[in-house]
Write a protein that binds this ligand. Sequence first.
Ligand SMILES: NC(=O)c1ccc[n+]([C@@H]2O[C@H](COP(=O)([O-])OP(=O)(O)OC[C@H]3O[C@@H](n4cnc5c(N)ncnc54)[C@H](OP(=O)(O)O)[C@@H]3O)[C@@H](O)[C@H]2O)c1
Length: 329
Amino acid sequence: MAHALVLGATGHIGAHVVRALLAEGHEVRAAYRRERYLSVLEGLSLERLRVDFEAPDGLRAALEGCDWVFHAAGYYPPCTERRERAIALGVESTRRLLSQIRRANPQRLLFTSSAATIRRVESRPSTEEDAQPWPSNEGQPLYTTVKVAMEREVLRAHREEGLPVVILNPSVCLGEYDAHAFSGRAILAFAKHRLPFYLGHGFNAVYTGDVGVGHVRAAQQGRLGERYLLTCRNIQVKAFAELVARAAGVPPPRWQLPDAAASLAAGVSEVVAWVTRRPPLLPRQVVHTARRGQYLDGGKALRELSLPQTPLEEAIARALAWFRQHHYL
Ligand SMILES: NC(=O)c1ccc[n+]([C@@H]2O[C@H](COP(=O)([O-])OP(=O)(O)OC[C@H]3O[C@@H](n4cnc5c(N)ncnc54)[C@H](OP(=O)(O)O)[C@@H]3O)[C@@H](O)[C@H]2O)c1
């Protein structure tokens, strides 16, 4: 049995990592920031601890006596942030965290990054071998650039300071406990029939419960300094929208939005978001990524971590049930 600290335990991925750890009998310390999201941990037998990442020593108490540290609370650049500033914030926050973690000397750091840091390859689904070089091209979405910069810090700490780290790169995560509704926004938009169109690309999606299990297996048997794509099914947006619409009992979207119209719609949606102070329905980053699409090959995690592969239909059903129960729908 290990003592595990989960940073970002009230997040979508963190909440599943916590459950995967508890299911195996590990002791869990759940680090959270805002109390309003603590409800995703309701009824679980674990230690809850508030942390402040900005304070120079804000993680000291949380890190005490931990064998494994799961960092699922990475910086998410808001779409309105300037590129250079967003990169600097991502790098600074990662460095600050790594230096505290290094001092605590855990057996393993499991760093949750994103499949967005993997390059698209024309001829085949991308693998871990296709990790973006640094600096990533100017044409990349802000999210990708910031995540690549953060990963670079983590890999540097592994190489130069011997930090025992494994990087996890989940694709789009779908499932319960998505209180922040970031990746769940797409499910909600199609389930509410708010997006009458779809984009003409493909992507990879995975059940978040499997991503949680993948994190725990990476702590047990992942190779240090390696990255693992945590993925499941490659699917076209049209087919995905139809699955969600069928599960929600609403009509599927009928039209494919051409790229230029999608960019325009995203621009408008971000202006509306800025005025209303609510997240954009169609962020430009999503359109930017969508235009290229990306299929992934997660064979390495299947072979080395025996990553479970829950069908996407079930992931969508679970997400919808949770959103309904918590009045998002
Ligand atoms: N969801 C996906 O589809 C997906 C896919 C691939 C990769 N990822 C990556 O995985 C990570 C986790 O994603 P997620 O979807 O689980 O995010 P999420 O649902 O938004 O949760 C983020 C968690 O991190 C905490 N957090 C963020 N900044 C913090 C800070 N400065 N101090 C303390 N706590 C902080 C949040 O606390 P509060 O509850 O207070 O907000 C929350 O618990 C991110 O790095 C994301 O880029 C996500």
